[in-house]
Design a binder for this molecule. Structure first.
Ligand code: SF4
Length: 209
């Protein structure tokens, strides 16, 4: 890669942009809220059920100026969700500073497996067994979103819930390919353990991105 581009990427002034779109947040605490999504390429967490495997190889996604991305956001709304891939593989300081300066609220979706960067109004932490969050990620989380693919995932969810702060919201979300079986189990589980709430991938039911 061109050295100049690499330098801009290292500074977070360019990011490997996979896609960007204005839609409705389908999951978690902000379900139903309009937001501009920025999907950054690159992830080595390796969830076998991942529904955005195309994001894994960052080299497939063109380095894009963070200023251009922010200009695009400004045309649509005042809330942005930065997702991936794993956005924290890249420095989020520059883009989130710029978004904040433009009075745009910054929301992050992360596995927490990479060091924290950026200024965030809301952090959704979704830990994965294959690459656990770093310690600091638990303290940053406003929302813990645990994906339930099989019964063992309830145990993992409880272990992870012990690590976040007391005011962190707790969500259990069925993995999409197992949703028929797992949603029923989650309903029973939440009624028995009401500290948890259910999160559904409502954008997929609505057939929107
Ligand atoms: S952390 Fe997210 S993007 Fe990465 S493999 Fe898992 S589900 Fe896919």
């Amino acid at each position: 890669m061109d050295k100049k581009i690499q330098k801009l990427i290292n500074l977070g002034k360019m990011l490997p942009l996979m896609e960007e779109f204005y839609t409705i947040q389908g999951e978690g605490f902000y379900t139903g809220t309009a937001a501009y999504f920025i999907r950054i390429g690159g992830c080595d967490v390796g969830c076998h059920w991942c529904d955005v495997k195309e994001s894994w190889n960052a080299k497939l996604h063109p380095p894009t100026l963070s200023n251009t991305i922010v200009d695009n956001v400004k045309k649509y709304t005042n809330t942005v969700v930065i997702t991936g891939g794993e956005p924290l593989m890249w420095s989020m300081d520059y883009i989130t500073n710029l978004l904040q300066k433009n009075n745009i609220k910054t929301h992050l979706e992360t596995s927490g497996a990479y060091p924290f960067s950026g200024i965030w109004n809301w952090v959704c932490l979704s830990p994965k067994k294959t690459k656990l969050p770093l310690k600091k990620a638990y303290k940053e989380a406003d929302e813990l979103k645990m994906i339930i693919h099989n019964k063992n995932d309830f145990l993992f969810a409880e272990e992870q819930a012990k690590k976040v702060l007391n005011n962190c919201m707790l969500f259990l979300q069925p993995e999409w390919s197992k949703k028929e079986k797992m949603t029923k189990l989650i309903v029973d589980y939440v009624m028995k353990h009401p500290k948890w709430k259910i999160s559904l991938q409502t954008h997929k039911y609505l057939n929107i991105p």
